[in-house]
Design a protein around this ligand. Structure first.
Ligand code: TUI
Length: 312
């Protein structure tokens, strides 16, 4: 037990990353059942979809769970109200500043864990009343900031007194041990869970993650101010080329619209946007969520044990 497991009422200090069109009730309930914290994705989804997912998770497990609110969602006000109405135990919130929603959420008993990519936002959100923070480095899949996990986590840990959860580039026990040594009290895992058996996405997506090596992601969207790490596909390389040539932001948005869903639901290798982190090269096979969480914990213990007496 540590500050994060106590705060969130979970057995293991492992949060599942909120992954757009990936983390629906199947994965979320499996992670929560296995002792971590599953989080329902919102992405660009409408509130009605999210409400259904919350109810489906509640039907599948009585363990704590959460919702990851993407601040760029056009219905973010309604989503935050939904969190309050449904008394969701925990929210994480990324891709923006959720500060103005914190008082009402906390008033309703919702634990608030913003995802930050800089020390400045970490400090601002601690002042706003965040219960904990996820510090997410640029190794992550999806929307990213511009600091690595290795550099970001200890700087956020030193800047705030709420517990910090490390994210970005962590997929096994060694990475988890490293995060704890940097001062994190928990980890957020995304990419490795993409290939979990319970993850309800197209098999082609899982296969691409399992086949990926260290250099198989690229970052699109820098030209629009919304950089996004995705698996290298012909379509994404073409989009990146167009961006470098100076494509208009409107045209870029048009090319990207619906691509996340195409990847997760249809496994569309031609037109999909397969978000994944740089650590995809470490994901070698499809496994159950329980196997993944056990491996993370066992691997972390082994990593710490291997260091014992090393520097005497
Ligand atoms: O949010 C994420 N990752 C995501 S969200 C997403 S879905 C999406 N939908 C519509 C448009 C774009 C994406 C896919 N992946 N991670 C958390 C995260 N937040 N990483 C970085 C940040 C971040 C970056 C800048 C948070 C705040 C920020 O600045 C806000 C400010 O006001 O300073």
């Amino acid at each position: 037990m540590n500050e994060i497991t106590e705060l969130l009422g979970i057995r293991l200090p492992i949060l599942q990353g909120g992954m757009t069109w990936v983390s629906d009730w199947h994965l979320v309930s499996a992670v929560s059942e296995a002792g971590g914290l599953g989080l329902i994705m919102t992405g660009s989804a409408p509130p009605d979809y999210v409400r259904e997912q919350i109810r489906a998770v509640r039907a599948a497990t009585d363990k704590p769970f959460g919702v990851n609110v993407v601040m760029l969602n056009e219905n973010v006000d309604d989503l935050m109200q939904l969190m309050i109405d449904e008394k969701v135990p925990v929210i994480t919130a990324g891709a923006g500043n959720p500060g103005k929603y914190v008082p009402a959420l906390k008033e309703a008993g919702v634990k608030v864990v913003p995802v930050v990519a800089s020390v400045a936002l970490a400090k601002r959100l601690e002042r706003a009343g965040a219960d904990a923070l996820v510090a997410e480095g640029l190794e992550s899949g999806g929307h990213i900031g511009d600091i690595t996990t290795m550099a970001l986590v200890p700087q956020v840990v030193d800047a705030v007194s709420v517990p910090v959860i490390a994210a970005g580039g962590i997929a096994d026990g060694r990475g988890m041990a490293a995060a704890f040594l940097l001062g994190a009290k928990g980890v957020q895992i995304g990419t490795r869970l993409l290939a979990a058996r319970e993850t309800n996405i197209a098999q082609a997506y899982k296969d691409r993650v399992v086949a990926a090596g260290d250099s198989d992601t690229i970052v699109t969207g820098r030209s629009t101010g919304h950089p996004c790490r995705v698996l290298k596909t012909k379509y994404m390389k073409e989009i990146l080329r167009r961006e470098k040539e100076g494509i208009e932001p409107e045209e870029f948005e048009l090319l990207m619209t619906g691509t996340l869903r195409k990847a997760a639901v249809d496994g569309d290798l031609e037109g999909g946007s397969f978000m994944a982190g740089q650590i995809a090269g470490l994901v070698k096979k499809e496994e159950t969520v329980a196997e993944i969480l056990d491996d993370l914990m066992d691997g972390m213990r082994a990593a710490f044990a291997a260091q014992e007496g090393c520097f005497k």
